[in-house]
Write a protein that binds this ligand. Structure first.
Ligand code: S3P
Length: 168
């Protein structure tokens, strides 16, 4: 089944679902945010604060090349990764399938309401901001994806659905 990259909005379950797919399939799991944090020795929030979002986006693009060479794995991307067509091309060029975990907006708002970690969400109008950003990004996730999976279920259910689909 090769390497797969999970994409979707913050809070859609990329990390939790990815870990479970890895457990079910015996493949390696890599979370791009954690990979970048370990490489830089800083949290994503610190990278945004100190170097800015642009720099973080450059790091994402660099990391895709590295991860593409790492052998079969399950990659959880960050919520903004596949919005850059260059990143989508890089995944596809390396034979990596992109799966969009499509969770309902209301579930995302609920899951993200107390988040203190994600730099983009540290604002008073969070609920409305999530709605706006989700509207803007939704068509881009769909366009990037080879497969769309419903993310409105518990992580283990979503993971099993993805395993079923990718095993064909
Ligand atoms: C971002 C999502 C985050 C992280 C960064 C930016 C985004 O990842 O990469 O805070 O632009 O949507 P998660 O989707 O894993 O929270």
């Amino acid at each position: 089944m090769g390497t797969i990259a999970l994409c979707g909005f913050m809070g859609c379950g990329k990390t939790g679902v990815g870990r479970r797919i890895a457990r079910l399939t015996g493949k390696k799991f890599v979370d791009m945010d954690i990979y970048i944090e370990e490489k830089k020795g800083m949290s994503v929030k610190e990278i945004f604060d100190v170097f800015g979002e642009e720099h973080f986006r450059e790091l994402e693009t660099l990391v895709i090349e590295e991860l593409s060479l790492a052998g079969d794995s399950i990659i959880a991307t960050g919520g903004g990764t596949v919005l850059n067509p260059k990143n989508v091309e890089a995944f596809h060029k390396n034979g990596i399938k992109i799966i969009f975990i499509d969770a309902p907006l209301s579930a995302l708002q609920e899951r993200l309401k107390n988040d203190r970690r994600r730099p983009l969400l540290q604002r008073d109008d969070r609920r409305e901001f999530i709605a706006q950003l989700h509207k803007k990004r939704y068509p881009l996730y769909k366009a990037a994806a080879d497969i769309v999976i419903n993310g409105g279920a518990p992580a283990i259910v979503v993971a099993k659905n993805i395993v079923e689909v990718i095993k064909g």
